[in-house]
Write a protein that binds this ligand. Structure first.
Ligand code: ZN
Length: 318
């Protein structure tokens, strides 16, 4: 068990907030740009140091992300805070480079049918897009992060063979990518699959930094985080309030929740640099913004040692 950090360096976990991208993208009503910026700034104030802030996709494909340029221009840029953006193709990469994102994120699905449904092209064609993005990023001095979607299972194909994941990772590595993110797009990961996936990538590509992106669709998102921690993974992606959804499971919860993740990490002795109480306040604000309840749990119950006034509790027994 490596759940107790070995030393100070081992104690640091990077939480990458994806709520304003992965989460907001699932919201049907357009969230005004100043509100998106307000949420990002509040999270930066709460100590979040890494974001997938927005996406430079075609506004026709994803209207919610139509203001990527404005969001990047208006959000507070602070030293030590990494603002990543999703970039699907060369056009997006040019815009992301002009907007001075700190890191571009490309994503390709490990499952052919999911890639076809999600990106409307075969995996091979997506990898060609990634090569174009990588070239633009290299010229602009912006690193590229390679995300693998449906890395732990596909809603159309079921089990995703590890070889399919390795094929994408190999393509990324060949383009100079050093950061890989394994995405559990529809919440099909289990601790055993996390073990197997991470081990397979490490044995072939020991030089790569691996981050894990879980969805809580089936309620074991944080169990998968524990599996990752035991393997020494020190970066996880999550969304504030657990905002997000799953297009293939209506009503299902989305990403693992940032405050719940931070609570778990802190209680295990890890450091995130995030102020949990402030993160909870942002989660409540996001709930207000989207106008429906979010699945986060610590935002309702509070941290375990939050004191409650005795007088505030109705007596159960006379
Ligand atoms: Zn996701």
């Amino acid at each position: 068990m490596r759940l107790t950090p070995a030393n100070a360096a081992d104690r640091k976990v990077l939480v990458t907030e994806v709520g304003t991208r992965d989460g907001f993208q699932a919201e049907p009503a357009f969230i005004p740009t100043p509100t998106k910026v307000e949420i990002l700034d509040a999270l930066i104030d709460a100590g979040v140091a890494s974001f997938e802030a927005t996406s430079f996709v075609s506004p026709r494909a994803v209207p919610q992300m139509a203001d990527a340029v404005q969001v990047m221009a208006q959000v507070e840029r602070r030293k030590g805070v990494r603002l990543q953006a999703l970039v699907p193709n060369a056009r997006g990469a040019e815009a992301a480079a002009a907007a001075r994102v700190d890191m571009m994120v490309c994503f390709v699905s490990a499952s052919e049918s999911h890639n076809q449904t999600n990106l409307n092209k075969p995996i091979g064609a997506s990898l060609e897009n990634v090569a174009e993005v990588a070239a633009i990023g290299r010229a602009a001095g912006i690193p590229l992060r390679g995300a693998v979607a449906t890395a732990f299972g596909c809603p159309f194909e079921g089990e995703v063979p590890i070889e399919s994941v390795l094929r994408i990772v190999e393509a990324y590595a060949g383009l100079g990518v050093r950061h890989i993110s394994l995405g559990d797009t529809t919440g099909m990961a289990t601790p055993r699959l996390v073990d197997a996936g991470v081990a397979a990538i490490r044995s072939r590509f020991p030089e790569l930094e691996i981050a894990l992106h879980f969805h809580n669709t089936r309620g074991i998102g944080l169990a998968n985080v524990l599996a990752g921690l035991e393997l020494g993974i020190r970066e996880f992606e999550s969304s504030i309030g657990g905002i997000g959804g799953c297009p293939f499971a209506p009503g299902a919860t989305g990403n693992i929740c940032t405050e719940d993740l931070v609570y778990l990490l802190h209680e295990c002795g890890f450091e995130t640099g995030i102020d949990l109480e402030r993160a909870i306040r942002v989660a409540r604000r996001v709930e207000e913004v989207v106008g429906h309840p979010l699945p986060g749990q610590v935002m309702r119950a509070g941290p375990r040692l939050r004191h409650h006034a005795v007088e505030s509790v109705r007596r159960a027994v006379g």
